[in-house]
Design a protein around this ligand. Structure first.
Ligand code: 3HC
Length: 733
């Protein structure tokens, strides 16, 4: 790939076109920033240049500052690696330039990209260009003057919404708001921008420095009211993230003391935020998410994805209807098969309700909803299966039933058809045992609700073909999931790594710790709900069934708690029957139910593991660690067995599938931040006190004693199996 560079061409009309070239998104890498400074200095000093147009190569203006530099800053712990762009380039060389500068924006202008454009004296955009300041998703605030210029261009409330929610808008909306001066076709973009720049030079169009504007900010008291509301909202929605309040403080500085003062404070606060763990975690997740689309021997061997136009879903229960919904919403034709018309009707009704729910929440237009529902057909036999490209089986977890279905599918479907199962526990080799199509059998493990949750675990066996894996990855992206390819084992990657999560919570209860205190500690750590509220939500029947699978697979480290059986015996089944550990009333938050306390006492009596018969005394921090370190321990086994391609895949999957807080970077990244040795010594201590459940794995012990971070693994695939070699050099995850 050619080195990132900035070019300049001066036309006969006296307009210098400065172009960013750094595919694929023209990220503002260090050489680009240096190149921009050079070119703007040159254009300013040349007598033959009357005006300047700034644009991006390849149909994309810029995806913002190069996020790789953040990783370098984090690795080196040295914030001075960040170049001075805000004052030196955007204020001095662009906004205060004595020649007019117009940004010609196409495709996308995000983060630093949009900030450069806002420093220009006008912005012309191609249709449907994506405009936004998503820096808060990386744990920082806009750092090239965006916190100051965006409110001055679109108004305070809209700017706050765009920054705090990292919400981008189109160029058409930008034009209505005043962020964009004109929307023109892609073909006309450069021509119109040149003329616009010349018009500014000749004073036929206004020469506007955004930072100097105040007309859209409203009065000081109005602005303070807007900021106050935004602070309250951010406190609720982003309690553990400092960048939201910091962003509002910096905006306020500019309103009270002027834009330039705001720019200076912004630069200072940016540098503080980029060094925090929040930014480290979020930047890690950004790259982790992109890394999942690179699977050795699948995506790097020249295969082309085959189109998937028609999908059959077998089973119209909660999972099957969610899966069908996800496909029809993305224009993939779905045949839903059920065993009788009653179940089929129920499945179709659930899908309709899913789609209607999105319309009610404003996430889908009525038109799109109607079109989506036209992509669905219910059937009771296999006659429609003769031309399907993929089948996803989503029936109950019964081995004989699944085996029967897959041998029927082999006859009913064309030979190219992908045969996928949504099982969450059963070994895929067993599912496909009665077929001779093992190369087409694959796991498509969705998380409930399947049309909402972003993770798709793609489970491969030793025999699944690379083409089938690639095809499912491609469909996954079309239906807006993040596909993570994992190996075949009980629970696959996410449920396997997190099976100790609920077990350790139940173990703590048996040791005398309060159920609701446990949930509250986990919520404060950053998960949306605690393990017991999750138990209520999943239902105790499901919990009992999955526990059995894990007890069977990992008897050496499974904790048998009587709690779920006792709850079931008392007529409770969680949220589903309105009777759980919490009480559920329409319109109010779940409340702890004091009437469960005798059941919990009985559970402790039966477990009989409290040392000396007395409840153990633990801090909130210890509660979190005693629940999550066993998850880290199991994650180590998942890494050692090569169930994931790379450690960061497990980070990504933990964030998307288990709602592990993204600002902590995912389960493995967090464990490394805490320190493998600390995790190991804690688990060792607890295993001596409370038994084998906490016993550190071989992999963790080795990492901890050798001082190697858990993340440092490179996987190679030999024949069709993952295995790994350790490396002792730093690699990017
Ligand atoms: C000081 C400033 O205020 C600070 C900043 O500007 S911070 C940066 C703010 N910008 C952002 O957050 C945008 C981040 N990027 C994105 O959201 C998306 O990549 C996008 C919408 C630009 C493009 O999406 P899409 O077409 O799906 O491509 P996607 O796979 O995400 O990215 C393509 C490649 O570009 C890279 N990339 C995208 N934006 C990048 C950036 N700002 N810096 C470095 N690399 C970037 C990705 O890592 C990926 O690399 P890979 O192919 O090696 O994996």
């Amino acid at each position: 790939m050619a080195a990132p560079r900035v070019t300049m061409e001066v036309g006969n009309d006296g307009v210098a076109i400065i172009t960013l070239i750094n595919p694929p998104v023209n990220a503002l890498a260090i050489p680009i920033v240096a190149g921009l400074k050079d070119k703007f200095e040159e254009a300013t000093s040349r007598d033959d240049v009357k005006a300047i147009v700034l644009t991006g190569n390849g149909g994309r203006f810029s995806g913002g500052f190069d996020i790789n530099v953040f990783q370098k800053v984090h690795g080196a712990g040295d914030v001075s690696l960040m170049p001075d762009v805000s004052v030196e380039l955007v204020v001095n060389l662009i906004e205060d330039c004595k020649k007019p500068i117009v940004a010609a924006v196409e495709g996308l202008a995000l983060g630093g990209g949009l900030e450069l454009a806002m420093g220009c004296h006008a912005r012309i955009a191609a249709p449907k260009t994506q405009l936004g300041l998503p820096e808060l998703t990386l744990g920082v605030i806009p750092g090239f003057g965006g916190t100051q210029r965006l409110p001055r261009l679109v108004g305070l409330s809209k700017a706050i919404e765009m920054m705090l929610l990292s919400k981008s808008i189109t160029s058409e909306e930008g034009w209505k708001l005043g962020l964009i001066d004109a929307v023109v076709t892609s073909e006309e973009l450069l021509k119109v921008s040149r003329l616009w720049a010349l018009d500014i030079a000749a004073r036929r169009k206004p020469w506007i420095r955004s930072l100097h504007r105040t007309d859209k900010l409203g009065s000081l008291s109005e602005a303070r009211e807007v900021l106050k509301l935004a602070r309250l909202q951010a406190k609720k929605t982003a309690p553990n993230m400092p960048q939201h309040q910091a962003c509002l403080d910096v905006i306020e500085e500019g309103i009270v003391h002027g834009g330039y003062s705001g720019v200076l404070k912004e630069a200072k606060v940016f540098k503080e935020l980029v060094m925090l763990d929040t930014s480290r975690g979020l930047v890690h997740v950004f790259f982790a998410q992109r890394a999942t689309s690179k699977v050795p021997n699948v995506t790097d061997i020249g295969l082309k994805p085959r189109g998937v136009r028609k999908v059959a879903v077998i089973g119209g229960g909660l999972m099957g209807s969610g899966i069908a919904t996800a496909h029809i919403l993305n224009n993939i034709y779905v045949v839903l098969k059920e065993v009788n018309s009653e179940y089929l009707l129920k499945g179709i009704k659930t899908i309709e309700a899913n789609v209607r729910g999105l319309v009610t929440r404003g996430k889908l237009t009525q038109d799109k909803a109607n079109n989506a529902l036209k992509m669905l057909k219910g059937v009771l036999d296999y006659s429609e299966f003769k031309d399907v490209d993929m089948v996803i089986e989503a029936v109950i977890e019964s081995v004989p039933l699944k085996q029967k279905i897959f041998s029927e599918l082999e006859k009913a479907c064309p030979p190219h058809c992908i045969l996928a199962t949504n099982t969450s526990t059963i070994d895929l080799n067993i599912v496909g045992e009665k077929t001779s199509s093992q190369d087409r059998i694959i796991g498509a493990h969705f998380f409930s609700p399947a049309h909402v949750m972003p993770l798709l675990e793609i489970v491969r066996t030793e025999r699944t073909s690379a083409q089938v894996i690639l095809d499912l990855m491609t469909v996954g992206k079309i239906i807006k999931k993040v596909p993570v390819v994992v190996g075949n084992c009980t629970g696959f990657a996410v449920n396997r790594a997190f099976f100790p999560y609920s077990q350790s919570a139940r173990l703590l209860v048996s040791l005398g710790v309060d159920v609701f205190r446990i949930d509250s500690a986990i919520r404060s750590f950053g998960l949306p709900i605690g393990p017991f509220q999750l138990l209520d939500l999943a239902g105790y029947g499901v919990a009992a069934a999955t526990s059995k699978e894990f007890d069977k697979a990992f008897p050496d480290r499974s904790f048998q708690s009587p709690l779920v059986d006792l709850l079931l015996k008392s007529g409770r089944n969680g949220k589903a029957n309105g009777k759980g550990l919490y009480t559920y009333e329409k319109g109010s938050k779940p409340k702890p139910d004091p009437s469960v306390l005798p059941i919990i006492e009985e559970c402790r009596r039966l477990s009989n593991i409290m040392p000396g018969g007395k409840p153990i005394s633990v801090t909130e921090k210890e509660i979190v660690e005693m629940i999550l370190f066993p998850v880290v321990n199991e994650s180590c086994r998942v890494l050692e067995e090569g169930i994931v391609v790379r450690a960061s895949d497990l980070d990504d999957a933990s964030v998307l599938g288990m709602s592990f807080p993204s600002y902590r970077g995912g389960i493995v990244f967090w464990a490394d931040a805490v320190g493998a040795n600390y995790v190991y010594t804690s688990l060792k201590k607890w295993s001596q006190l409370y038994g084998n459940f906490f016993k550190p794995s071989r992999f963790l012990e080795e990492r901890a004693t050798k001082g190697i971070p858990l993340v440092r693994i490179i996987f190679h695939r030999f024949s069709n199996i993952f295995s790994f070699v350790e490396v002792f050099t730093q690699i990017s995850s």
